[in-house]
Design a protein around this ligand. Structure first.
Ligand code: NAD
Length: 480
């Protein structure tokens, strides 16, 4: 008597083993698979353990297929992000209800193609009397990544490009408020990658991310490195996990404007960075310190833009209505329901009606105002008068809270710019431009939505997700 269940489980196991070894059981050449592997859910799983196992199997397959396969996978992600910028941008906007639709689309269409891939990998060799040593940058394996609500698909896409280019697979614990679109994009990326190179789960996630799934990710021995993009709580949790964690943490980027600056340009640049996606960018301008002698002129320049000036009382009202009660411990925080909302929505909350296309509210406050000290993530810009540029640097450093994230200065005086560059100690320091120039958007350089601040890796690249390994041949293979 043949046990049918036993036969089918043996067949399934054999097929799986073949796939794990890079052999396509359909008989078609690897790289052109059409049959769907039995076990795969193309990256979207109920349980974190299953997501990690799937990512691990795909990591092994990627190892066998080499750098050419990584390049193809990265190309799939870049292509799909552009092709789907509009529908995915819309889905993310509808799910999260924060930011601006046009900017959600722009982040996928214009930003993801310039995230560095395989071309960014480096290696070093030493040749001499003692032989030949090669230092190469190799994958970790499966990386556990935590993504924010503020840029769900952009962050996971950028992480995916960086991490796969370096030869890894990734398992994501996405933000619960942006997990549907994240899972949708992960599945689409995997299906495209599978068609191209026959690997189904280089990106994996759980359908419903929770603190428990985060915990399972941190505890899994298969997850060898963590990458966090989020606020202070998750950075702390990842750092306490006992695993190495690359963390993009919170910021509160100050802007200094001195009396030598081009004030019209400074106002335009501040608006461009701060109003992008309704101030959701972690590197976006959050408060301005302007030298007293040009403060009125700077305020007048904002009046000429799509901005509405608030009185001091109205700036206080924004805090009353849109911030959580603050007891002086830690830093002030906005209420979730106002994060990333349009300027008109915030104005309405304080009983003010402004044109629907208002890009930013702005107004004068003191330096200790909650809008200055808290990471507001709303298009409301507090402007603080300071007596001189030295006082501006002092106040800016205080407001940045040592996050070492981003700061901006508008000045034509090189000595002052140099002093700020040295003292601010931020990961990004942008001179005479919008904060977004620090991500290569209108400034030189490359882009990633993970700016590793407390752990010091900076704007992440494929090299961030490699292990440096040295291979030494003694007294042979040297070239001279
Ligand atoms: P968030 O901190 O609320 O969430 C980020 C992620 O962490 C989510 O996936 C969330 O589910 C998870 N999380 C939160 N608390 C956790 C905990 N205690 N344990 C485990 N997981 C936890 O942030 P958000 O509102 O989605 O994003 C905004 C914050 O992220 C801002 O502070 C912003 O500055 C920061 N951010 C930083 C970068 C960077 O690259 N440095 C980029 C984007 C956003």
């Amino acid at each position: 008597m043949i046990d049918k269940n036993l036969v089918s489980s043996v067949v399934a196991e054999v097929l799986q083993k073949l796939r794990e070894n890079g052999v396509n059981p359909t008989g078609m050449p690897t790289g052109a698979c059409s049959a769907v592997p039995a076990q795969t859910q193309f990256g979207v799983y109920e349980k974190m353990e299953d997501a990690i196992d799937a990512a691990q199997r795909s990591y092994k397959m990627l190892c066998k297929q080499g750098v050419a396969a990584r390049r193809k996978a990265v190309a799939c992600i870049r292509r799909l992000a552009v092709e789907n910028a509009e529908p995915w941008g819309k889905m993310e906007f509808e799910e999260t209800k924060i930011g601006k639709l046009a900017h959600k689309i722009e982040k996928l269409r214009s930003c993801i193609p310039v995230v560095p891939g395989v071309e960014y990998l480096d290696r070093t060799a030493f040749s001499g009397d003692a032989g030949l040593t090669v230092i190469d940058n190799t994958p970790w394996g499966v990386i556990g990544a935590i993504t924010p609500s503020t840029h769900s698909v952009p962050t996971l896409s950028g992480n995916a490009i960086n991490m796969i280019a370096a030869g890894n697979a990734v398992v994501f614990n996405t933000h619960p408020g942006a997990c549907r679109i994240a899972a949708h994009a992960i599945r689409a990326y995997n299906e495209a990658i599978y068609k191209e190179i026959g690997i189904p789960d280089l990106l994996a996630c759980v359908k419903k991310p929770t603190l428990e799934s985060f915990d399972a990710m941190c505890k899994s021995p298969l997850v060898r490195l963590l990458c966090v993009t989020g606020g202070g709580a998750v950075v702390k949790a990842a750092m306490n996990s006992g695993k190495r964690a690359i963390c993009g943490g919170p910021g509160n980027p100050p802007v200094i404007v001195d009396e030598t600056a081009d004030l019209a340009k400074a106002a335009r640049d501040i608006l461009a960075g701060a109003a992008f996606d309704n101030n959701l960018l972690c590197c976006g301008e959050k408060e301005v310190f302007v030298v007293e002698s040009v403060a009125d002129q700077l305020l007048a320049e904002f009046d000429k833009l799509k901005c509405v000036r608030l009185t001091r009382e109205q700036m206080d009202a924004v805090v009353r209505e849109c911030f959580l009660p603050y007891d002086g411990k830690g830093y002030p925080h906005p209420k979730k329901e106002f994060v990333g909302k349009d300027a008109a929505v915030i104005a309405k909350a304080i009983g003010l009606s402004v044109p629907a296309d208002t890009e930013m509210l702005f107004g004068e406050t003191d330096a200790d105002h909650q809008l200055v000290q808290g990471e507001q993530m709303m298009p409301v810009m507090p402007i603080v008068r300071v007596p001189c540029w030295k006082a501006a640097i002092k106040a800016a450093l205080q407001a940045e809270h040592g996050f070492r994230h981003t700061s901006v200065m508008h000045s034509k005086n090189v000595d002052r710019l140099t002093e700020m560059a040295q003292r601010c100690d931020t990961t990004l320091f942008v001179k005479n431009g919008p904060s977004t120039a620090g991500l290569g958007l209108g400034g030189e350089g490359f882009l990633s939505f993970t700016i590793a601040t407390p752990t010091g890796e900076g704007v992440t690249t494929p090299m961030t997700f490699t292990r440096s390994r040295r291979c030494v041949m003694v007294e042979a293979l040297n070239l001279y």
